[in-house]
Ligand binder design. Structure first.
Ligand SMILES: CSC[C@H]1O[C@@H](n2cnc3c(O)ncnc32)[C@H](O)[C@@H]1O
Ligand SMILES: [Zn+2]
Length: 431
């Protein structure tokens, strides 16, 4: 018996579209992709639920490797500022007013937005993460959660305890639908003695690391001034990369940094929209990929993006580097799509996610491809990278479960959510 069969569907598997196929799902995995008519008739009789995918393209769900998802609460709140001004004078004073209630609805807002735009996994770094985990559990989305850690904070040691508790409670939940990492925020908030505690904790409990690194020129200059080394080289010398790491941004990295990253399994979360909007710069992504570094895509928070739409990041990744290098092949459509899916999955430690293939996890988006802006259908990867709208995502499946059907969210009460976000806006007020 199959739990779910999606039939009459075109399936994007790697770089090829398989027409008139059926996807059989069992226990959260893609069991078979059938093309033979008789097999499909038989599987239909053997399935608990059958979805008709007529006119739709099944593609892997998008994977957001770096966000602060509850920051949707501060969307369009403080714009047109560079990173440190934005953090110190707008965001951090406002975040001081956060509590479980607001993080709950901020997280729900982000999950609703992600599901509606075809994202099925997100990697988050924020506060009140037990609440975030509860929202991930109830919504059905996949997530890798890190409790943000700042060594300069009065609650720095308590935050370490909370991150360890988060790991012990949630890591591995629902066949690794939830994973947990440690989240040291950045070199400018985590002094060396604190980083040593983070590394020791990582070794003690076996948790991986997620950290902002080399985001701005100023950050790199300050670390060089203090240590004589770049942030990447300095963190390497402290031992942070003993078991790899997920590094967000890496905009200002040297060829020597890239060697360290490649040799030490440091994966990158590239956030092109946030880096542009905060005027941080453009990460040397083609150069990193050429060195063998795994690069996924992220939105960063919706206060610096200002949305959680991963299809926009795929498009930017495919176009930005062409213009920077005057090279139309710098990041081809397929490479950008892979960064938004299977490469992002690898960056988060999932090696059976991000491709529609037998034996892979069943995180699937059905796009309504029977629309004029998809036609003619020469190349579906190019369509996704260059022509599609994220609202073309019609039905979303995570871990074999349908979370959005015909654009209706099945696990989130959107009317209640919108009312709660209006209340939150009143609470936080204007700057
Ligand atoms: C300690 S929880 C995460 C922390 O990070 C802040 N943040 C949001 N966007 C960025 C960014 O681009 N670089 C560095 N820090 C960022 C967020 O507001 C939280 O305070
Ligand atoms: Zn960030």
């Amino acid at each position: 018996m199959y739990d779910l069969l999606i039939k009459n569907i075109d399936v994007l598997s790697n770089d090829t579209t398989i027409n008139h196929a059926a996807i059989a799902i069992q226990d959260g995995y893609i069991k078979f992709i059938f093309t033979n008519k008789q097999d499909i008739v038989k599987a239909t009789a053997e399935s608990t639920e059958v979805l008709d995918g007529k006119g739709q393209l099944a593609a892997p769900g998008l994977i957001n490797t770096h966000t602060h998802i509850a920051m949707g609460l501060f969307r369009n709140y403080a714009d047109d500022l560079e990173l440190m001004d934005w953090l110190q004078n707008a965001i951090w004073p406002t975040e001081a007013k956060l509590n479980d209630h607001y993080v709950k609805y901020g997280t729900q807002l982000g999950i609703a937005e992600m599901l509606r735009s075809g994202t099925t996994t997100f990697s988050d770094m924020y506060f009140f993460m037990n609440t975030t985990a509860e929202e991930v559990k109830s919504s059905g989305i996949r997530a890798v959660l890190s409790r943000g850690l700042a060594g300069v904070s009065p609650t720095a040691n308590q935050a370490l305890v909370e991150n360890a508790d988060l790991y012990r409670t949630w890591h591995g939940f629902d066949n690794h639908r939830i994973k947990v990492l440690l989240g040291p925020h950045a070199p400018y908030t985590c002094p060396d003695d604190y980083m040593e505690k983070v590394i020791a904790l990582s070794k003690e409990i076996g948790a991986g690391i997620h950290m902002h690194l080399s985001e701005t020129k100023g950050e790199v200059e300050n670390v060089i001034k203090a240590t004589g080394k770049t942030p990447i080289a300095h963190m390497h010398d402290l031992g942070l990369f003993y078991n790899g790491a997920l590094a967000a941004h890496c905009v200002h990295v040297t060829p020597e940094d890239m060697e360290i990253m490649a040799e030490n399994n440091v994966a990158v979360a590239h956030n092109p929209q946030s880096n542009l909007k905060l005027a941080s710069g453009i990460a040397p992504v083609p150069e990193m990929i050429a060195k063998g570094i795994t690069v996924g895509l992220g939105t960063d928070g919706s206060a610096s993006n200002n949305n959680a739409d991963m299809l926009e990041e795929v498009r930017l990744a495919a176009t930005l580097h062409k213009a920077r290098l005057y090279d139309p092949k710098a990041i081809p459509a397929q490479a950008a799509w892979n960064m938004g899916t299977v490469e992002g999955a690898k960056a988060l430690g999932y090696h059976d996610l991000g491709v529609l293939q037998e034996g892979y996890r069943a995180d699937i988006v059905l796009y309504n491809a029977d629309q004029v802006h998809w036609m003619p259908r020469y190349n579906d990867v190019a369509a996704l990278a260059y022509s599609a709208n994220s609202s073309d995502a019609n039905t979303v499946i995570v871990n074999g479960k349908i979370l959005m059907k015909d654009r209706e969210l099945l696990t989130i009460d959107e009317e209640k959510l919108k009312a709660e976000i209006k209340n939150a806006q009143e609470f936080f007020g204007h700057l």
